[in-house]
Design a protein around this ligand. Structure first.
Ligand code: C2E
Ligand code: CA
Ligand code: CA
Ligand code: CA
Length: 280
């Protein structure tokens, strides 16, 4: 009988989970997912450290497939980007997030913002501002409550990016730079472009208790934001230590498991009612 060497076996084992779904099969399923209504959004609260109340929520997509179960965005957004499916999926996300934000207001809740992640493909599609304007009109959401999260990797120095950002700004939506500090762009765009918020990447927050460099990077980002009049949001806030450190530096808005994991839309009103986090 053929013997499988130990290292071969391990190699095979490690590969196995990835092969459960091949990219073509995943792509086929992804193409059908919108019409089959397999996507849903969860919302992660963003807490204002000064008031202890909710400032907004970030919409995060989930995919529930009847064969493969729950598939996280890290496992299908890259493929959606490669195949261009991110355009219809991204539009679905925008429409649903805006419609939900409006619904919360109609239900009588004090308005708060909803942040939506945009992929580079969406950002550079021909008509993004028109698409967004259209969704805002149809859902009747006041544009000031929509925050678009984009990443630095979106080649911020180009004229196209500058035009798109200006058009979005004219519509009245807010712009946030996600994963700030991990991209490659020159910081020059921060003063040239209409940026409302910087989201300090969670990799810096994660180790701040033990890593002095991470603390200093966070401090520098906060100082930079304050000097330029840009709002600051820290993500990946998991512990009381994280909260203390960030509050001491007057980082206004905090998001992470310490306050809440992403939750279903129906859970948001209850969360807001029950959670008035103390501000001392
Ligand atoms: P992101 O935009 O940086 O979102 C933050 C991720 O960190 C989320 O993972 C969130 O659940 C997770 N997270 C939040 N708080 C904590 C914490 O305290 N500790 C830790 N360890 N993690 C925390 P998720 O939902 O799996 O999303 C992963 C990424 O997928 C997102 O990263 C974003 O880049 C992308 N994504 C999610 N939804 C969408 C979407 O609708 N459109 C696009 N284009 N991308 C999306
Ligand atoms: Ca984000
Ligand atoms: Ca992020
Ligand atoms: Ca990320």
């Amino acid at each position: 009988a053929k013997r499988i060497g130990k290292s071969n076996f391990q190699f095979y084992q490690e590969q196995l989970p990835k092969k459960v779904y091949g990219d073509t099969e995943l792509e086929t399923l992804l193409r059908k997912a919108i019409e089959r209504e397999e996507f849903f959004l969860v919302y992660q609260p963003q807490i204002n450290a000064i008031t202890g109340h909710i400032d907004g929520v970030e919409a995060l997509i989930r995919w529930e497939n009847n064969i493969y179960g729950l598939i996280g965005p890290n496992d299908f957004i890259p493929l959606a980007e490669e195949t261009g499916l991110i355009i219809p999926i991204g539009e679905w996300v925008l429409r649903n997030a805006c419609s939900q934000a409006k619904q919360w207001q109609v239900d009588g809740m004090k308005p708060f913002s909803v942040s939506v992640n945009l992929s580079i493909r969406q950002f550079y599609q021909d008509n993004l501002p028109t698409v967004i304007e259209d969704i805002l009109t149809k859902t009747e959401l006041d544009p000031q409550y929509l925050v678009l999260e984009i990443t630095e990797s979106m080649a911020m120095d180009s004229t196209i990016a500058s035009n798109v950002l200006q058009q979005l700004k004219n519509i009245g939506v807010k712009i946030s730079i996600d994963d700030f500090g991990t991209g490659y762009s020159s910081l020059n765009y921060l003063k040239k472009f209409p940026i409302d918020y910087l989201k300090i990447d969670q990799s810096f927050v994660q180790d701040l208790s033990t890593d002095k460099d991470d603390r200093e990077i966070i401090e520098s980002i906060i100082m930079l934001g304050k000097k330029l009049g840009i709002g600051l949001i820290a993500e990946g806030v998991e512990t009381a230590d994280h909260v203390d450190f960030l509050k001491n530096l007057a980082c206004n808005v905090l998001q992470g498991y310490y306050y809440s994991k992403p939750i279903a839309a129906e859970q948001v009103p209850g969360f807001i009612q029950e959670s008035a986090f103390s501000n001392d």
